[in-house]
Design a protein around this ligand. Structure first.
Ligand SMILES: Cc1cc2nc3c(=O)[nH]c(=O)nc-3n(C[C@H](O)[C@H](O)[C@H](O)COP(=O)(O)O)c2cc1C
Length: 138
């Protein structure tokens, strides 16, 4: 079992409709490929956890890196591991709500219980970047 986490910046013109489209394709492809994970989106950035067979994840990350709906991908963690942190989701999507206090709390509470503390920390920090109504991060 192999897993990685990256962050990236949403491309101009991509929005929540793109995230919807990505989530549909990801749910279908990932369940066929035995890939699980979570994708968080806050209006400007993505953070995604991908886990599965190493060859499958290596190939998928290359495909995702070429996707023009985002740019500036930075892989922040890669590791071999013995169990999944997101066993029940082919791709769990979390869209950080606009201008809503408590969104980090909401994200944290919705994280799978299998998440390790440092994985929780990464997604919670991401979710604490609350957007104002223009979509800008505060
Ligand atoms: C932020 C982001 C996350 C994505 N995550 C996945 C994913 O988990 N699984 C997947 O199959 N495609 C994902 N995609 C889409 C791929 O880049 C690509 O469009 C898709 O795999 C192509 O599928 P198709 O060959 O069935 O058309 C993601 C794209 C973006 C921009």
């Amino acid at each position: 079992m192999y897993s990685l986490i990256y962050v990236s910046t949403v491309a101009d013109g991509a929005d929540e409709a793109s995230v919807d489209a990505i989530s549909k394709v990801a749910a279908k492809n990932n369940s066929l490929a035995g890939v699980t994970g979570m994708l968080a989106y806050n209006g400007q950035h993505f953070m995604q956890l991908l886990e599965g067979r190493r060859d499958v994840i290596d190939e998928l990350i290359e495909t995702i890196a070429r996707d023009t709906r985002h740019r500036d991908m930075a892989i922040i963690r890669r590791e071999d591991k013995t169990s999944r942190e997101c066993p029940d989701w082919s791709m769990r999507i979390f869209v950080v709500p606009r201008a809503k206090a408590g969104s980090a709390q909401e994200l944290t509470e919705s994280l799978p219980e299998e998440f390790r503390p440092e994985t929780k920390m990464l997604f919670t920090s991401f979710g604490s970047m609350v957007r104002d109504n223009s979509g800008e991060l505060e």
